[in-house]
Design a protein around this ligand. Structure first.
Ligand SMILES: [Zn+2]
Length: 113
């Protein structure tokens, strides 16, 4: 029985939140470094589950990368958010909202739209 050769690993660029951003990491997140500037960033469990050739960038370097590629006439394609990742982001946002409520209960809450 013939086994087909495995496909090459996909190239995945992940934009990670810097540890210095004072952000509460998702449970199980690991600290890795941005491959451009060596800034420590959070690497979430859904990202750890990815298989492929993973490039980790902080938000700043990702922004620069997008700008450079756009200037070069080759804007990057974004694959969208993974199902797990949107759940994690939602959980993180919920936590942030609750913290804001607790800390700033006297402040009016402007609508973000
Ligand atoms: Zn960076």
């Amino acid at each position: 029985m013939m086994t087909p050769p495995p496909p090459p690993p996909p190239e995945i660029t992940l934009v990670c939140i810097p540890v210095a951003a004072n952000y509460t990491p998702i449970k199980g997140s690991q600290i890795v470094v941005c491959m451009q500037c060596m800034e420590p960033v959070w690497f979430s469990p859904s990202s750890q589950a990815l298989r492929g050739n993973i490039h980790v960038l902080c938000g700043d370097c990702a922004g620069i990368q997008v700008m450079l590629q756009t200037l070069a006439g080759d804007p990057p394609q974004f694959g969208g958010i993974l199902p797990n990742q949107s759940e994690e982001l939602k959980a993180a946002l919920d936590e942030t909202n609750e913290e804001t409520k607790d800390n700033d209960s006297s402040q009016p809450n402007p609508h973000p739209h």
